[in-house]
Design a protein. Structure first.
Length: 306
């Protein structure tokens, strides 16, 4: 994933969410709508999450040092996991609490400002739709023929998957809030407003759970994609010079892969031949997969009985 694509999607989402959050809170103060409060908190949580993604991206670029010899690349994944926690607690659990509170004391949306939340929600759908379009456009540039669901599961950089999930949840949440507020205005029954807040809460909890699972997998250490692994294998084998005994890859960060391999060197008779062969294999790997920053190759003699 290019830095520009991820950052562009993050900034587009941050701008949209900040503007929408202000409008939602204004609508809440005018109407006391539970769904509007839940949506306002949701937008605040999303805005904070986008800031966390930017901070995590910057932290991941810190140079390796003695204490962390493999660098700080996984900071992106750690901050992505924090985003899931924020979305779950500040967004999902708060919306569920507000739904419970409103269910205990339902009140209709009345007065001269009944139209404000409807206008805010329609405007919010337009802004979130624009943000989602930017994220989807950037994702299309790198996902190839994968579906968006598979792209979210296999992406090694967290920014675009997080923004896609958040914007999708935001759009669905806005539609749910629009339906709930409309029914509350039409029927005068505040229970519809409580139900809308509950649906938004459940939606955010589910999205946060999906995001947490994906970030946990990245933190634990995922292998390179199948395409990159195949390219590394082909580069390591060359034109039959080397035979791979085993090959392991792991992402140290979104754009940094560690490669560890054991190769058969049956035909090498001198140390210099062995060194040259290993150096040439490393050169081919880096030329083919630039993200393969750390490469460790162990020479061995292949044993067919093994």
């Amino acid at each position: 994933m290019s830095d520009g694509g991820g950052n562009k999607a993050v900034f587009a989402a941050l701008t949209a969410n900040l503007g929408i959050a202000v409008l939602k809170f204004v609508a809440f103060f005018l109407t006391q709508s539970s769904s509007m409060l839940a949506e306002g908190i949701h937008s605040v949580a999303d805005s904070g999450n986008q800031v966390l993604l930017l901070v995590g991206r910057k932290a991941s670029r810190k140079r390796a040092d003695v204490e962390h010899p493999f660098g700080y690349g996984r900071n992106s994944y750690i901050y992505g996991f924090i985003v899931a926690i924020v979305l779950f607690s500040v967004g999902g659990l708060f919306a569920l609490y507000e739904a419970y509170h409103k269910w205990q004391d339902p009140h209709p949306i009345d007065g001269a400002w009944w139209w404000v939340p409807l206008a805010v929600l329609l405007g919010g759908i337009a802004l979130e739709g624009r943000s989602f379009y930017v994220a989807a456009t950037e994702a299309r540039k790198i996902k190839g023929k994968q579906s968006y669901g598979r792209f979210i599961r296999t992406a090694k950089a967290p920014e675009l998957p997080v923004i896609l999930l958040e914007d999708f949840a935001a759009l669905i949440g806005l539609v749910l809030a629009l339906i709930a507020v409309s029914l509350t205005v039409i029927t005068g029954n505040g229970l519809w407003d409580a139900a809308g807040s509950a649906c938004i809460g459940v939606l955010l909890v589910l999205v946060a759970a999906v995001l947490a699972v994906e970030m946990k997998s990245l933190i634990l250490g995922e292998s390179a994609s199948s395409q990159n692994t195949a390219a590394i294998r082909a580069a390591l084998e060359g034109e039959g010079q080397n035979r791979i005994i085993h090959l392991k890859t792991v992402h140290l960060g979104p754009e940094e892969i560690l490669v560890a391999a054991k190769i058969s060197v049956d035909e090498c008779t001198q140390a210099q031949d062995l060194v040259d062969r290993i150096n040439e294999a490393e050169r081919r790997i880096r030329a083919t997969v630039p993200w393969a920053r750390l490469i460790y190759i162990e020479p061995d003699i292949e044993r067919t009985a093994r």
